[in-house]
Design a protein around this ligand. Structure first.
Ligand code: IFM
Length: 700
């Protein structure tokens, strides 16, 4: 893809090989709806998707996933029986995504005419998306124009939708389509009303209404240079929303979106004095997260954002650890919604714990609505045979419950909002404590609690004992929160708590086994890691027998790790470990790290910044921040497609700038900073806005 560094992501060519990546990089979204950066004439083969956040469906016995709605923005122009699309032939094709405005502009020139369009997914009214489409004829001739709702949607594990009803009304220049869809599993009703205003008259005789499409197909006689326009405004309503408003106005809606997004972007922007490439990378990260946060809904952000159904549209630890810090700076309403999502998910976490035979709250590794665990016990397939491979991510990746607590803790440190913490976190805290207590094994000889049979962040080593990241994270988060909740007076949250006392929690915490660094300062990733074969990912790669082979099987016998593990611990809790230890572990684990997860580079970048390896840090930071610009991430885990956008990498890119290069530390609602800029970045500035402060921070 070609890009221009500025405030727009620009593509100035067309290749069918780029279809998936372009759709992902040019995504528009508003935290509720996501529309991939595809072309008006594209169909399911080009992976057009209008992805809906927080509504899931299971079809037959396939994986339960988020749903893609019918496509209301479909427009196709045929000239002499050939569809005008760069897939056939074009003289020029340009796409430009404005990061400041969140709008996608298209300009495609054909022999027969020129398509120009502008699309937005409203940030101010999250039920709305719209497009201004125009076609200027180059020849006086007949053009066949089709527009309406394409019901044939791209899905991974669908079909998920049934049509309840679909009706079209025409009135001179107007076409109004009302479609009612129903999900197959939960029978959730989703209504879509789309208003098409055409510059040329259409008639009811032009209406097509069949199983796969509803809209109009009409022949327009256009003169040379005559412009045919279609303005589209679509509103989507889910069962919890109010019904359709009586009036709609596309222009007003568009203007309001631009006003609001520009203000949001301006407030949230991180400015740096460095290369244009670096500024663009960070602008893209900010854009990527701003389009995924919701001010009004207590949903969270799926691991692939709203770019499609990969990873089942589910929410992972990615949100709390990698994305939340950005929203904590100056979008606290969004931050709170992300956390309330976990509060609403407590029910699912309690159920999951029971299912696996534990007490308390074991949060879903791949969380869907109400905390439902979507992660399959066979979450990867063999790339060659297609056979499912038993993975233990759902049942053993227990750090997830502490990740949730970490999110609440970060919120508290940024705001000192105790009321929120008491209301939404205390119950979770108690239930998570109960879960870990029941999961742990007590060693009577040493008098310590161990967490055996777990998976840490590195998913290639399954069912290991005492993963250092996991043990420390449980210890640090429970300890910090206990300090906040146990005030020792009548205000203490424990006053009303019947079963669990601070003393019980404290005595458990004091006995958790925390792996200590060895004589070289290295913290063993898990018990027995040091004994594994010491090979690098490059060597391991030569041992793979098939394309896209799942690395887990072979890597588990070696020291090769998928992603930052001990390094994540040291990067997140940098004040708890000495520089010497951080340095030693960084050097030790880096050569074994595949960076097979997009979550990996930013943690190395963060730690590298902390230990003064600023060249490494800058390189890794850029890698993380540019993942969705370059399209360089892994596309398959075994036989499973894992492409799409990577908001955690974007969040990790921001995290590195803030916590790494600006030395940002939030404690009890107060912030401190220190200049830790790499030589490539001379200055950094960003805003912090909480209920009490609105500060412009400048690091130079
Ligand atoms: O959460 C991550 C996990 O750490 C590695 N596999 C992909 C997940 C979603 O990003």
């Amino acid at each position: 893809m070609s890009k221009i560094w500025g405030d727009r992501l620009t593509l100035k060519s067309f290749s069918t090989d780029d279809t998936y990546q372009v759709g992902t990089s040019f995504l528009l979204a508003n935290g509720h709806l996501g529309y991939r950066g595809t072309l008006s004439e594209d169909k399911k083969d080009q992976m057009v998707a209008l992805n809906l956040c927080g509504v899931y469906d299971q079809y037959e016995n396939k994986w339960r996933e988020s749903i893609n709605l019918y496509n209301p923005l479909y427009i196709e122009i045929r000239y002499h029986d050939q569809v005008l699309t760069p897939r056939n032939a074009s003289l020029k094709h340009e796409l430009a995504l404005s990061l400041l405005k969140a709008e996608l502009n298209r300009h495609t020139d054909f022999d027969a005419g020129t398509i120009i369009s502008r699309r937005f997914v409203s940030i101010s009214d999250d039920q709305v998306l719209g497009e201004f489409f125009s076609f200027r004829a180059k020849k006086t001739d007949q053009y066949e124009v089709t527009f309406g709702v394409d019901k044939e949607v791209y899905e991974i594990n669908g079909p998920h939708l049934e049509t309840v009803s679909c009706a079209a009304k025409t009135d001179h220049h107007l076409l109004i389509i009302e479609s009612i869809m129903k999900t197959k599993e939960c029978k959730q009703i989703i209504k879509m009303r789309t208003i098409y205003t055409c510059s040329h008259e259409i008639s009811s005789a032009d209406v097509i209404n069949n199983d796969v499409f509803i809209g109009v197909k009409t022949l327009f006689e256009l003169k040379q240079n005559e412009v045919m326009k279609v303005d589209i405004m679509s509103r989507i309503i889910i069962s919890s929303d109010n019904d359709f408003p009586s009036k709609e106005n596309l222009n007003e809606s568009y203007k309001q979106h631009i006003r609001e997004f520009e203000a949001l972007f301006k407030r949230s922007r991180i400015l740096l004095d460095g290369t244009k490439e670096a500024q663009f990378a960070i602008d893209f990260c900010v854009y990527s997260l701003l389009i995924l946060g919701s001010k009004t809904r207590t949903t969270s952000i799926p691991a692939r954002g709203l770019s499609g159904q990969v990873y089942k549209g589910a929410v992972f630890w990615d949100t709390e650890i990698f994305m939340l810090p950005f929203f904590l700076l100056n979008n606290l309403d969004i931050a709170r919604n992300l956390l309330i999502y976990r509060y609403d998910g407590l029910e699912g976490a309690l159920k999951k714990s029971k299912r696996f035979g534990y007490d308390g709250a074991f949060y879903a590794w791949e969380s869907q609505e109400n905390g439902f665990e979507a992660c399959s016990l066979y979450n990867v397939t063999d790339a060659k045979t297609g056979q499912p491979i038993r993975t233990y991510f759902a049942d053993k990746q227990i750090h997830i419950s502490a990740d949730v607590l970490y999110g609440f803790l970060s919120y508290y440190q940024a705001t000192k909002d105790l009321d929120f913490l008491k209301r939404y976190c205390f119950r979770i805290f108690i239930e998570v404590y109960k879960f870990y207590r029941s999961y742990s094994t007590f060693d009577v000889i040493t008098g310590q609690y161990h967490f055996n049979d777990v998976i840490g962040p590195d998913e290639y080593h399954e069912r290991v004992n005492d993963n250092a990241f996991t043990n420390y994270l449980i210890y640090f988060t429970l300890r910090e929160l206990l300090g906040i909740f146990d005030t020792g007076d009548n205000n203490s949250c424990f006053a009303a708590e019947k079963e669990i006392t601070p003393v019980m929690i404290r005595s458990f915490l004091e006995s958790i086994y925390l792996p200590k660094p060895n004589q070289d300062g290295i913290i063993e990733q898990f018990a027995g890691y040091f004994l594994l074969e010491a090979v690098t990912p490059e060597v391991l790669k030569t041992r793979m027998e098939t394309q896209n082979e799942y690395w887990g099987k072979k890597a588990s016998l070696t020291k090769v790790i998928k992603q930052a593990d001990v390094v994540t611990l040291l990067a997140l809790f940098k004040d708890q470990f000495s520089s010497k230890i951080k340095q030693a572990n960084y050097e030790y684990y880096l050569p074994y790290t595949e960076h097979g997860s997009s979550l990996s580079s930013s943690m190395y970048a963060l730690l590298a910044a902390d230990i003064g390896k600023s060249d490494d840090s800058y390189r890794l930071w850029l890698k993380s921040a540019q993942i969705d610009l370059r399209g360089t991430s892994k596309m398959f885990a075994g036989g499973i497609f894992i492409g799409g956008s990577h908001p955690a990498a974007a969040g990790g890119g921001i995290l590195t700038l803030l916590h790494g290069y600006s030395g940002l530390v939030a404690k009890d609602g107060k912030y401190s900073f220190s200049n830790n800029l790499p030589q490539e970045i001379k200055k950094l500035s960003f805003r912090i806005k909480t209920a009490k402060k609105n500060r412009l921070i400048k690091i130079s």
